[in-house]
Structures are given as C-alpha cells and as structure tokens.
Design a binder for this molecule. Structure first.
Ligand SMILES: Cc1ncc(COP(=O)(O)O)c(C=O)c1O
Length: 377
C-alpha cells in the first residue's frame, strides 16, 4: 500500500533542501499511475527508462519537455518513438549510443553519464553504467559538434549513506566541465542523479544533511555558479510511502536443536523483495508481537526456489511468539518492489498495489478498483 500524501511530502522536502535542482522523479522506483499523476500535479519532471514509462507520464498529462530518457541502453526505435512524442533529453555513456541519439533525435539535449564506483551505497549502480572522465569529455565534444545541448550526469549509487560521495564526484565533474569548455563544448546542465535514502535498518543522515552536502559541494566546485541542475530521486520519493503486508505461512526449524527458526512469508525475492539480493536492502519489519522476546530467524519467501531467501546470513531477530497466520509488515517498501515482482512464478500472483490518500485517488491505476481501496486496513 502506497500513501500518496507521503510521496507528496517527500517531494516538498527535497525541493526545500535542494531548491535549485529540478526534480525528475525516477519512474522506475514505482511507476504507479496515481503516483505519477500526483507528482505531475506538484510540478515534478520525470526520468524514464523505457517507452512504457514515457507513455505513463504522457497519460498523466506531463509535457514531453519534462521527461528525461535516462536509460543509457536504448533501442534505436525507442529513441525514435520518444523523439516523435517530443522527448528532448537523453542520457548516453558511449559513442555508439550517442550516434543513435544523433540519428534519431537530432537537436536533442544529451547528458553524458560519468562512471561512479558507488562506494557507500547499499544498492550500487556501478560498472554497468557511465564512462571514464576522458570519454565523457570526448562525448560532450561530439554532442556539441552535432548541435546538441550537452550535460553531465552521474549516480552515486542508490541508498547512498556516505555524504562525501557528492563532493568527490562534483570535483571530477568540475574538472570535466573545464576541459570540455576548453575544447568548445560548454556543459549546460548537470544531472546529480539519485541516491537519496529510504528508511531501512541501517541509519542514514537526515535529508537536510543530504541537501547541505550537495549544496556545499556545488558551492565548492562551482564557485562561479553551477550550470542548470536536475536530480533524479526514486527511492527517497516513494520508499517510505509504502508498506508491504505479508502473511506468515510457516515457522519451522531445520532440526529440533537448531536455535534459528525459519520464517516463511507469502512474498519473497520473486514477489517484490528483489533488493534483498545479497541482503543489500534490510527492511524494517513490524509484527503483531513487537516488544516481546525475540530470537534469530532466517526469513524466506514461499516459492520452491532456494534463491528465495530474504535474510539468512546477516542475522534478523523476530519475536519468538511469531506463528502461522501472523502478518508481518515490511516497512518502507514503496520503492523498487511492485515492478520487480514476477508475473506468476510458482503460480503466485504478482504483488498487488493499492494507493491511498486523504485527498482521494483519481485516474488510471493498475488493475485495482480505487472505489474499494480506502477500505484496505
Ligand atoms: C538513471 C537513474 N536515475 C535515477 C535513479 C533513481 O535512483 P534512487 O532510487 O537512488 O534515487 C536510478 C536508479 O536506478 C537510475 O538508474
């Protein structure tokens, strides 16, 4: 269940700590139509990864100027489709991808993504994306020579808990800007990506501290003023707006002597909790027995697949009173859950999603009748 009012509050909070950066909500975090609509009403722009995400934004009445096609891996025909709808901003991290954009979306704005090692992030986005600084310069020059407005993007890694990540990266970005300008390619905009946190087991600084860290880094490395700024928050905007209610299917032990219980719930890695891979994202859990005696558990999903274990190695303690039929709420589960859910692995239905709001919910939704939704406990 996702509370749209919480997402709205997050939007305002981020705007207040980074007022100079335009917010491009990363639709991949949660592409729920009511959520896109609410953010669109607030004036948000959108970062998309595919034609389907573009369609969702347009359906919500978003002007194509407010859409950035941020995926660095795009089919040529998808670029052409986006361009035909009026989308003008594209991200690339290689010459072949830039050539596709030059062909299919001439006169677009091109953002070149800088490689980042994503140290300090619980869900790193390194290696697969971005190019090294000299290649960023080369692509910026290529884009400028093709008559495109060049920009630089980076992503410090999702759920980034190290505030110095922005300082380190902006130092590199400032050097790239100077080098590119000396070669005739003036960098017109900076995309500072995402990385702002949801509330999970491991503590993070406050959003004010994130804002201050980014503002300080910008002032330090761009003392004459930074180019136009944008950010692409996903997790921060919607994680804390969501809660995933699961049911305990079985509590058992591998052997009578085993201290660790196995708790199997009715959603797992294949039903929205993919970010528990390597136990990377550690959700806070709420049970009906909170406050009573606890003991170690392994927590697993319901499918016949041994990969469907959420937490086993790093230790989770849950109430000893926990039993079949109890509900466990997985907190801050509004981001990167529903769309990760398989369509029917082992015959289990994809994760259902309900949107609630004190303002009511209007518009299209994903297979759910909103007239009923406010009755959900
Ligand atoms: C290009 C891009 N922008 C923004 C985001 C959102 O990042 P976060 O959820 O950390 O805010 C992602 C996440 O994968 C991304 O790939």
């Amino acid at each position: 269940m996702v509370d749209l009012d919480v997402a709205e509050q997050r939007y305002h909070q981020l705007n207040s700590v980074l007022p100079e950066a335009s917010i491009f909500y990363a639709v991949k975090a949660n592409p729920g139509q009511p959520l896109i609509e609410r953010l669109a009403q607030l004036g948000s722009s959108f970062d998309v990864a595919s034609p389907a995400e573009i369609d969702r934004c347009l359906l919500a009445g978003v002007h194509p100027d407010r859409i950035s096609y941020g995926n660095t891996i795009k089919k040529r025909r998808d670029i052409a489709y986006a361009a035909s709808l009026g989308v003008r901003r594209y991200t690339v991290d290689s010459a072949p991808e830039l050539l596709k954009v030059i062909d299919e979306a001439p006169h677009a704005e091109v953002c070149v993504r800088l490689l980042h090692n994503c140290g300090g992030a619980d869900w790193p986005l390194s290696r697969k994306f971005g190019c090294e600084a000299p290649d960023v310069v080369r692509l910026l020059v290529m884009a400028a020579e093709a008559g495109m407005r060049p920009g630089i993007s980076f992503h410090v890694g999702s759920q980034q808990r190290d505030l110095s990540a922005w300082d380190n990266t902006l130092e590199r970005v400032a050097a790239i800007c100077a080098e590119a300008e000396s070669l005739g390619a003036r960098v017109e905009f900076l995309n500072l990506g995402g990385g702002f946190p949801g509330t999970y087991e491991q503590a993070t600084p406050s959003i004010d501290a994130y804002g201050a860290a980014v503002r300080d880094a910008l002032a330090k490395w761009f003392p004459q003023g930074a180019p136009e700024l944008m950010i692409e928050p996903g997790r921060y905007m919607v994680a804390d707006a969501g809660v995933l209610r699961s049911e305990v299917v079985l509590v058992s032990r591998r052997s009578p002597e085993d201290e660790q219980r196995w708790v199997y719930i009715d959603c797992g890695k294949f039903h929205g909790l993919a970010e528990t891979m390597d136990e990377a994202i550690r959700y806070n859990l709420r049970t009906p027995h909170d406050g009573t005696a606890v003991g170690p558990v392994a927590l697993a999903g319901p499918t016949c697949d041994s990969a469907d274990v959420l937490y086993e190695k790093k230790g989770y303690d849950l109430p000893l009173a926990l039993e079949e039929g109890d509900m466990i709420d997985i907190m801050s589960a509004g981001a990167y859950t529903t769309t990760y859910s398989s369509v029917g692995f082992n015959g289990f239905a994809p994760l259902a999603e309900y949107f609630v709001s004190t303002k009511g919910v209007h518009g299209l939704h994903d297979g759910f009748d909103f007239d009923d939704e406010l009755a959900v406990p």
